[in-house]
Design a protein around this ligand. Structure first.
Ligand SMILES: [Zn+2]
Length: 161
């Protein structure tokens, strides 16, 4: 377990599309160590979510920690996640460990359904509303090289703090 350095803008890596984790990579020491390091890095930086690209690895892997004791799916490891359904709309403030000291109001779906593999290669379906749905969208966007600053709601600008 180790901390990894978080890439911040204007790193070009953040704009790159991540590749799917291949079936024979799942469960490998290399991938499991990466996920463990992502947990350490997320906790150390008190974030809600982290995508592998943010630590410079172009693989479709996300860790999310909603820090919600009432939610049995508060901590998630998502490999090759895919949003399969979304509905509604929410307009809320968002921030990102890769864009320090900034925030902005984005437009996101209120509800999201996501499919992903866990580190054992088992497929799961997760549903989320509100903040968690926003988090799913924000993190899966990272895997396609998209930052929340590209998703600002009409009339909104990036803010300090
Ligand atoms: Zn982010």
């Amino acid at each position: 377990m180790a901390l990894r350095k978080i890439k911040t803008i204007p790193s070009f890596t953040l704009a790159k599309k991540s590749r799917a984790v291949e079936p024979d990579e799942i469960g490998s020491t290399r991938i499991n160590e990466l996920i463990d390091d992502m947990w350490d890095t997320l906790r150390a930086n008190q974030g809600l979510g982290l995508a592998a690209v943010q630590v410079g690895v172009l693989k479709r892997i996300i860790v999310i920690d909603m820090n919600d004791e009432d939610d049995p799916e508060s901590k998630l490891e998502l490999i090759n996640p895919k949003i399969v359904e979304s509905s509604g709309e929410q307009r809320e403030s968002e921030a990102c460990l890769s864009i320090p000291h900034r925030s902005g109001v984005t437009l996101r779906p209120e509800y999201v359904k996501l499919e992903a593999l866990d580190r054992n290669g088992e497929k799961h379906v997760y549903e989320a509303h509100g903040l968690k749905a926003r988090c799913f969208c924000h993190e899966t966007d990272h895997l396609d090289g998209i930052l929340y600053s590209n998703r600002l709601a009409p009339g909104e600008k990036m803010q300090n703090g």
